[in-house]
Ligand binder design. Structure first.
Ligand code: GAL
Length: 366
């Protein structure tokens, strides 16, 4: 009897190990990833902050039924109600503890920016060493994506709750560093000139903190046709009024920015909604440009469709210079809550150019 019960115990332990692909510190891109409570991780369009020995993963909470609002029927813009911003913590990048909702949506207040019917996407959090505050920026939008605004929230701790400060269209009334006289002439199709006074459209976005502590927002602007790189104020709460238009007319979104050997890189995608397309990559010596396009860095099955996913963040692995993780979302447009995560090592080839080879599974400790 004793032998039988120990055998059962052993079998249960083996079965648990077999069911838990994370027990041996591996990442399996595209699988359902469980948190330390055994629940599917819910943090889409996310970004990771490393702070005092801990990684914090912030992302969109996508729960419930996927629906296609009438206003988005022409372009297939399916939605789930916005659940807010989730945060998870980890020391090894594999075992993630659910730390709750860092920034909740506001179901009782339909007129609020963060009302569930509105869009609340691509949250990113950075730490301001001067103010000792954690600052979150996100894409805030109306259900039809026409408001195209940036929202800002602040917290004293990495897990929040963050206090929502408000939203705006960046750089109202401010001319970019690389303005040409013709850009300022209002004409049909000149969205930049149209929005100069009221502020520029801002949809997909990311934040990047440079070595000197200066922070920048990269956002898809001008109806996603052109990206802006915009310096933030010292407290990281608003634009500093210094920005450049980059990838002019090239329709790049889903920006993820990183720096290696003194060069800046933007990993991004084309603009095809939830559907995948070839990844974009560009390099620059100065953050405001000029930016030079490189080829799609993805290698392996479905590389021409970014492994059926879309970039969201490039994470420098703490304490291991030159090690980066490229984070992508594999969207499921008809069941957005079941969208998956594709994280892969970003490597540098012999010429020093970033490449992202597919791996069925891998370990961030390798
Ligand atoms: C994508 C964008 C996502 C989301 C989606 C909505 O182009 O990258 O963040 O906004 O469109 O269809």
């Amino acid at each position: 009897m004793k032998f039988l019960s120990s055998l059962c115990g052993l079998l249960v332990a083996v079965a648990c190990l077999a069911r838990d692909p994370q027990s041996n510190l591996t990442i399996t891109p595209g699988a359902v990833w469980l948190d330390t409570d055994g629940r599917a991780i819910n943090a889409h369009g996310g970004g990771v902050l490393f702070h005092e020995g801990v990684y914090y993963w912030y992302g969109e909470l996508k729960e419930g039924r996927t629906y296609l609002p009438k206003v988005n029927q022409s372009w297939g813009g399916t939605r789930v109600v916005a659940g807010g911003v989730a945060v998870y913590s980890s020391k090894d990048l594999v075992n993630w503890k659910n730390e709750g909702v860092a920034l909740p949506s506001t179901p009782r207040n339909p007129n609020h920016d963060l009302a569930p019917e509105n869009v609340l996407e691509r949250p990113k959090v950075i730490y301001n060493a001067r103010t000792k505050k954690f600052v979150m920026w996100l894409h805030q939008d109306s259900p039809d994506y026409q408001a195209a605004r940036s929202g800002v929230a602040v917290s004293d701790t990495p897990v929040g709750p963050f206090k929502y400060v408000g939203s705006f269209r960046p750089n109202a009334g401010v001319q970019p560093l690389n303005v040409a006289p013709a850009d300022l002439i209002p004409a049909a199709g000149n969205i930049f000139a149209r929005d100069l006074a009221g502020g520029q459209m801002a949809r997909d976005m990311t934040l990047f903190v440079d070595d000197d502590g200066t922070a920048y927002q990269f956002y898809s602007s001008e109806n996603n046709e052109t990206m802006h790189v915009s310096q933030l104020s010292d407290d990281y709460l608003r634009p500093a009024g210094k920005y450049a238009r980059i990838f002019i007319g090239e329709s790049v979104e889903a920006p993820a920015v990183f720096k290696h050997n003194g060069k800046y890189y933007v990993l991004g995608s084309g603009c095809t909604g939830w559907d995948p397309n070839p990844a974009r990559l560009a390099v620059a010596d100065s953050i405001f440009g000029p930016w030079t396009n490189l080829e799609n860095p993805c290698r392996g099955p479905d590389a021409e469709l970014t492994f059926l996913s879309q970039s969201t963040f490039v994470l420098p692995v703490a304490g291991r210079p030159g090690k980066f993780i490229a984070m992508f979302d594999r969207w499921n447009k008809w069941d957005l809550a079941d969208s998956r995560y594709v994280w892969l090592p970003l490597e540098f080839d012999a010429s020093g150019t970033p490449v992202i080879p597919w791996r069925d599974s891998w370990s961030p400790a390798e």
